[in-house]
Design a protein around this ligand. Structure first.
Ligand SMILES: CCCCCCCCCCCCCCCCCCCCCC(=O)SCCNC(=O)CCNC(=O)[C@H](O)C(C)(C)COP(=O)(O)OP(=O)(O)OC[C@H]1O[C@@H](n2cnc3c(N)ncnc32)[C@H](O)[C@@H]1OP(=O)(O)O
Ligand SMILES: Cc1cc2nc3c(=O)[nH]c(=O)nc-3n(C[C@H](O)[C@H](O)[C@H](O)COP(=O)(O)OP(=O)(O)OC[C@H]3O[C@@H](n4cnc5c(N)ncnc54)[C@H](O)[C@@H]3O)c2cc1C
Length: 660
């Protein structure tokens, strides 16, 4: 173990184990997680080859082998509950798998969509088959021509009264399904989202289970053309596919009919709200935020923080001893605010998940009153967490200098795999505009004197016109910081709502006016969500039952998340004079002081994320801090080094070499 990292751990002022338990949700949960990790990581059939040295095809095949074994054998033997994406076991499982893997869409989207859209009878038919991996499914919504605008999907499913079947078609090039994970080579069934047509009438998007490959030969079924879409940026463990359907007939029972049904005569009936067809996206947005984004940020923080404490470069005195780069304030400013963000997002998503579970219970009772707010929160948190995670991971990668560019650091993989989360499951700008739609409606309700509650209640509160802070210390106060964020959000919303009214009064059409103001609308949505994160994480910490030391530390992290936003994006806080430039200076000084006070706990704070080295997959961020030994070992394992002379390249050098 590196002496430097030992020294760091000696400086830690709190019990790391206490914080680990807190993040897991209790001591027993930590024990459960560790035992799951131990089982998975010690199983030889779950081993992966060294990062960076496999081809795309090898990665896919390795992932299929591992995950088939995992679902059909290992998980079953250990009686792990892989049914509910929000249960602790499931969260721990996906964390142990350490990357995006084959069948995540099958388990994470296909299986839950069956219960989201299926009747009890349909769920009892399809779900056991899918959970046991007796069938493999994908979620086929996006098309070559449309991903965002679901109303314009072109795949059709036309009811044939004579045979009581649906005929599914992708009638033209742009209508072919494009992107679905697990579809290119693995899936034998697809959950196809298509326009339902009965008796010549279009009833909008519905879900259909379409068999696409033969269950014996695995060859495409008649009328089906399916394949991979070609190399993509990362996520090579999965096979993103395309699918063309030419008059493929499926039985009537294959339309998932929880909320909509077609009777024998072709009559269409709908129960509940047609937006319930979007419900599975709400779920996946929340799951992805934690399972992909927050974990990626926590891992990147762990790597960069540990490495910054063992990497020495330069000195603070002329010819003096070299210091760990973590002692530079600029380095602290790269690493520590990201650690703080990783904590704040984790606390926020715990609360969001809790609310989502309550929301599901409401929906089961037929109460959809919280749907719009839940949609706004889940969309906003997905967009904001992915945007900040991607920016954060890249900052942390650069904070590791040259070694951050090596695949050996683990950081490029994290960055490449998480950057897609700004696009899939709802492109971020589009999601922010959904939040803005909700906010504009809320503003209209407020102006009509209606009451608003939940996450937007503050929009109806009266707030001070100016921030009251006169000292640095006040900028650690959560309610003062929250007031800054509330004010910014309210002010941005009021201003864009007024502009919207102005444009409408000038005679502009609603959609045109909306487009003209969409930059402001996105900013307003971001401000609302950032305030939600600031408020939710602080209130989460306030309610925690933990030692004073840990509470103090977590309170400091919450303050830092807010302060870092204010000092880095001060414009909106200064705009209408809520903060003045003197107060901004005070906030900046407060931030530097906070960074220095958190400096000693940097390694403790990332140790508390408790990622085992095998999950972290980094030569420079391992627990023992022995970065250089591992980098050397990694280089020696490069397949290009298996012979001293690389025969193939040498043939081009040899004729030209001077042999004197
Ligand atoms: C161990 C286990 C391991 C295995 C299992 C592990 C478990 C899992 C572990 C995971 C590990 C990670 C690894 C993953 C790897 C990579 C995965 C990649 C996945 C990627 C999947 C995908 O990528 S899959 C496709 C997603 N494709 C979209 O995401 C389309 C966006 N496009 C829209 O979403 C709509 O098209 C859009 C814009 C709303 C407009 O729709 P529109 O035109 O109809 O909307 P408007 O604006 O007119 O109206 C809007 C009105 O709808 C209401 N509303 C709208 N949405 C609503 C909603 N969702 N719920 C309720 N209400 C909703 C709203 O509140 C308004 O309500 P109101 O009208 O009352 O105001
Ligand atoms: C790795 C990966 C895995 C995926 N897996 C699946 C899967 O399993 N199943 C599946 O069905 N799909 C999947 N997808 C597809 C994904 O869901 C879509 O790509 C995503 O929803 C974005 O839609 P789009 O591609 O149509 O983007 P577009 O909507 O074309 O976005 C392009 C640009 O247009 C802008 N834009 C579009 N509409 C508006 C608007 N109304 N207002 C303002 N700006 C707008 C966007 O902001 C963006 O800047 C996957 C994608 C990726 C990258």
């Amino acid at each position: 173990e590196s002496q430097l990292i030992i020294k760091e751990r000696q400086q830690t002022t709190f019990q790391v184990e206490e914080l680990i338990n807190l993040l897991d949700g209790g001591k027993e949960k930590t024990a459960l997680r560790r035992s799951i990790e131990q089982t998975i990581l010690s199983d030889p059939l779950m081993k992966t080859d060294k990062i960076g040295y496999l081809t795309r095809e090898q990665k896919y095949v390795q992932s299929v082998r591992r995950m088939m074994y995992f679902f059909t054998d290992l998980a079953k033997r250990n009686k792990w509950n892989i049914e509910d994406p929000h249960c602790p076991e499931m969260l721990f499982l996906s964390r142990s798998l350490s990357s995006v893997v084959a069948f995540m869409i099958h388990m994470g989207a296909f299986v839950p969509s069956i219960s989201s859209f299926g009747t009890l009878e349909q769920v009892s038919k399809w779900q056991p088959l899918a959970k046991e991996c007796l069938i493999i499914g994908c979620y086929a919504q996006t098309e070559l021509g449309h991903g965002t605008n679901l109303r314009r999907l072109e795949t059709t499913s036309t009811f044939d009264r004579n045979t009581q079947e649906f005929i599914v078609n992708t009638p033209n090039l742009s209508s072919m399904k494009w992107w679905p994970g697990d579809m290119g080579k693995s899936a034998n069934h697809a959950m196809v989202m298509a326009q339902l047509i009965t008796n010549g009438e279009n009833h909008g998007m519905q879900a259909f289970i379409v068999p696409i490959r033969d269950m014996t030969t695995h060859k495409p079924l008649p009328g089906v053309e399916v394949g991979n879409i070609g190399s993509i940026m990362s996520l090579e463990d999965t096979d993103n596919g395309y699918l063309r359907l030419n008059n493929v007939r499926i039985p009537k029972e294959n339309m998932l009919a929880k909320y909509a049904n077609v009777d024998r005569s072709g009559r269409f009936q709908q129960t509940g709200n047609n937006r319930l067809m979007y419900a599975s996206m709400m779920n996946l947005r929340i799951v992805l935020t934690r399972e992909q984004m927050i974990h990626a940020l926590q891992k990147a923080c762990t790597i960069a923080a540990r490495y910054s404490c063992v990497r020495k470069q330069g000195s603070l005195t002329p010819n003096g001893p070299e210091i760990p780069i973590m002692d530079y304030v600029t380095q602290q400013n790269k690493v520590i605010p990201r650690i703080a963000l990783a904590y704040a997002l984790d606390f926020t998503i715990m609360e969001v998940r809790h609310r989502y579970v309550q929301f599901l219970a409401d929906v089961t009772r037929g109460d959809l009153s919280n749907m719009a707010e839940m949609h706004a929160i889940s969309s906003g948190i997905k967009a904001n967490a992915s945007e900040r995670t991607v920016a954060g991971v890249e900052t942390l990668r650069r904070a590791c200098g040259g070694h951050g560019y090596s695949m050996a650091s683990g950081l490029p993989y994290l960055l490449l795999s998480v950057t897609g989360s700004c696009t899939y499951e709802g492109e971020n700008t589009v999601l922010y505009l959904q939040v803005a739609r909700y906010l504009i409606k809320t503003a209209a309700n407020i102006s009509m004197g209606k009451s608003v509650d939940g996450s937007s209640a503050y929009l109806a509160e009266n707030t001070e016109a100016r921030c009251s802070a006169t000292s640095q210390e006040e900028f650690y106060d959560h309610s003062l910081l929250d007031a800054c964020f509330k004010h910014r959000s309210k002010q941005l919303l009021q201003s864009v709502a007024m502009d919207l009214q102005g444009l409408l009064a000038e005679g502009k059409q609603q959609m045109e006016a909306w487009n003209l103001l969409s930059i402001q609308l996105v900013n307003s949505a971001k401000a609302h969500i950032e305030r939600y994160i600031v408020a939710t994480s602080a209130s989460f910490v306030r309610k925690l039952n933990c030692s004073l030391k840990v509470k103090k530390l977590l309170n400091q992290l919450c303050s830092l998340v807010a302060l870092h936003q204010i000092t880095n994006f001060p414009g909106d806080f200064l705009k209408d004079g809520y903060l003045d430039s003197h107060q901004l200076d005070l906030a900046r000084k407060a931030e530097v002081k906070l960074l220095q006070s958190l400096r000693h706990n940097v390694v403790g704070l990332v140790d508390a994320f408790d990622f085992r080295d095998e999950i972290l997959g980094s030569c420079i961020g391992a627990y023992d801090g022995n970065a250089y030994e591992r980098l050397y070992d990694y280089a020696k394992n490069d397949v290009m080094n298996k012979n001293d002379v690389h025969e193939e390249s040498y043939q081009y050098l040899r004729p030209h070499l001077h042999r004197g």
